[in-house]
Design a protein around this ligand. Sequence first.
Ligand SMILES: *Cc1c(COP(=O)(O)O)cnc(C)c1O
Length: 502
Amino acid sequence: MNNKYYGKLIFELSRQGRVGYSLPNFNYEDAYKMNLPEEQKRQSTTLLPEADELTVVRHYTNMSNNNFGVDTGFYPLGSCTMKYNPKLNEELAQLPSLNIHPLTPDFAAQGCLAIYDETQRLLSEVAGLSQFTLNPYAGAHGELTGLLVIRRYHESRNDSARVKVLVPDSAHGTNPASAAVSGMQVVQVKSLPDGTVDVEDLKTHLGPDVAAMMMTNPNTLGIFERQIPEIARLVHECGGLMYYDGANLNPMLGVCRPGDMGFDVMHINVHKTFSTPHGGGGPGDGPVGVRKGLEQFLPSPVVIAADEYDASDIYFNEDTFCIGESGDTLGSVSGYLGNFAVITRTLSYLLSMGKENIPMAGKLSVLNANYIKERLKDCYLLPIEGLCKHEFVFDGLRPEYGGDHHDDAHVTTLDVAKRLLDYGFHAPTIYFPLLFHEALMIEPTETESKQTLDDFIEVMRQIAVEARDDREMVRTAPHNTPVRRLDDVKAVKEPKFTYKAL
Ligand SMILES: *Cc1c(COP(=O)(O)O)cnc(C)c1O
């Protein structure tokens, strides 16, 4: 990997006058009889790098090797996982016949509309709800859509007093953000020391002004919320609706369903649970499902199947599906019918896994997380004991392994994360959720082999021993990566996007 081109800027490789391709001389203005105004004409040459083709190819190939992804190694990020992304789904999403223009007339898009319809139906089955829209483009967008459905529902009953959305303090930041963007007020509900919602605190907030309660299950600590039936009863009794943030649906798959737990509205991050790779912030899709009685509030456009269409039959005609409006809709939330390539991957994943294997994915994700947790908890501090779901949180190294918070020179979660890079593992999520100082959130997912899990466990134990015996070395990690510790605050606050040499 470490060759002459590695880690260099293309400007360092640039040599004046060097070219990759020689284009024919062509006078654009003459050819197109254009008269560009003088001030729009380029007055000086561009400052683009000059390089031959091979140098450019090597530059970009080496740069791509600097990337770390699920295709290069273990990637145990919690909360926003890089899930198993079967290559089959990638191939199907790229089928030219599915790559159609969004304004293609209904009769010529029946196959795509059938995919949409089928995905909707299967998600409804997985979630135990009545109907889904696949239009929202991401989880956060789904939250906003779901909350607008809830607002629309209260408005339809002329109940304008319901302006509060209850959000547990352990929630993902997008929950309070979506509630605020939807025009409602956010009220925080406390958690108990075991990480679950404090029902006594919840009771103090209930009343005729409550529009909804948002919950994530398992929550962002990977803990199953055992009190859901009681919480749903209390919220419903006061006239509010229950919203389920489905970002953590993985361990629930085929085992239990939000609809059966008493939830009225939910979103699913199909790019998390149903296999679209989503590094770098996209692409995604955030289908929103509702229980019976709320379907008419879903956003338009909707895909409508002809009455005589039998979904168990694979045959359809040129007028089986059409695109229409939903009854009492909140309007549209996206340009068209959602992120179609992501929807295709979702259906491909669901069908290729099948009813028999989907519950296996949920159970294995739980087994793998608990296996790592139990084998590391003598080195890393486990603030919440007991069974976790698909992910769990450590609160840094144990004191006897250099993690004593009272010692200014203690080894932090950031140090452990940086040292992991030296061993070729991507770091877990760090400093999230905010409930613990040194949060280290690990989600192995269902698809890693025992071999990989054991390798990871061994390295994590090795780092704990290093932190105890050679603290400075861990505090100055990474030592073998192309770049060392970056100033990631500056990288976010003062990014330099430029095509020029700095
Ligand atoms: C990822 C995540 C979200 C936001 O979803 P996006 O698809 O990233 O917009 C919301 N809630 C939880 C718990 C999440 O993990």
